[in-house]
Design a protein around this ligand. Structure first.
Ligand SMILES: C[S@@+](CC[C@H](N)C(=O)[O-])C[C@H]1O[C@@H](n2cnc3c(N)ncnc32)[C@H](O)[C@@H]1O
Length: 233
């Protein structure tokens, strides 16, 4: 039987028994109330075992994102498309993109511990050890054809204001692809009734155009994910 603290973990109620330990490890980085420094400390502590804990099958966001991007970029153009992987973690998304023929992949990841694992993948060119949405970052304007975030949205992670940065750094005509857990739209206070309305507001204002919004099964821990695709105008 789980403890009281376990039962207070959001979303744990329908997690399979064999995934409970991994869910708890993940929750250490997504616990409500964590400050940015706590989140960074939690990732640095987890970095060495992150990939084993969130193995493919249990966490499928990186493959889903890479498939989504590959479906939108013809094979013979992939070598000349500049991609920025935001909240890149240990480099799972870049690795999946490289398997599909993308060669110009940069990373933005604030945790030095996660970044040091990412470096070993060898698939990223330029690396920004920086935050998105928490003040200035050094990524130049209008730089990327595709900007992708996978698992970077959640409690204490990229704030709604990060959307402005995404638009700023993407070339006009470029794509922003955000893959996240669906239930976060409902129970992360910072996003509830804020994140999607803000995305839609920017669509109405003509900053970007909503290209797709789809709910997908088995994103992580057998839970649904959501894939947002926007084209910057
Ligand atoms: C769950 S991991 C996802 C990593 C990778 N994209 C993947 O799919 O495996 C979330 C990552 O977001 C990063 N992160 C948290 N807050 C961030 C912010 N404000 N800006 C950019 N990255 C952030 C963390 O350091 C962590 O590496």
């Amino acid at each position: 039987m789980g403890s009281r603290a376990d039962s207070q973990m959001k979303g744990i109620e329908n997690v399979r028994p064999e995934d409970v330990d991994a869910y708890k490890a993940n929750y250490r980085c997504f616990t409500p109330g964590l400050q940015t420094t706590d989140v960074m400390g939690a990732y640095t502590a987890w970095a060495q075992t992150y990939d084993a804990t969130l193995c493919s099958g249990r966490y499928n966001g990186p493959e889903m994102a890479a498939q989504e991007i590959a479906a939108r970029v013809e094979e013979d153009l992939r070598h000349c498309v500049r991609v920025l992987d935001v909240a890149a973690g240990t480099g799972r998304v870049g690795t999946e993109l490289a398997k599909r023929g993308f060669t110009m992949i940069d990373a933005l990841e604030p945790s030095e511990g996660m970044m040091s694992i990412l470096e070993d993948t060898g698939v990223y060119s330029f690396k920004y050890t920086e935050f998105l949405g928490l003040g200035e970052n050094s990524v130049p304007d209008d730089t990327y054809d595709v900007v992708v975030i996978v698992g970077g949205m959640g409690e204490g992670h990229i704030p709604v204001s990060g959307i402005d940065d995404l638009i700023r750094i993407t070339k006009p005509g470029g794509l922003v692809i955000n893959v996240m857990r669906l239930e976060y739209l409902d129970y992360v206070e910072a996003y509830k009734d804020k994140l999607e309305p803000y995305m839609d507001l920017l669509h109405q204002k003509g900053w970007w155009q909503k290209v797709d919004r789809k709910v997908v099964p088995n994103y992580a821990f057998d839970k649904e994910g959501i894939i947002f695709v926007h084209r910057v105008l």
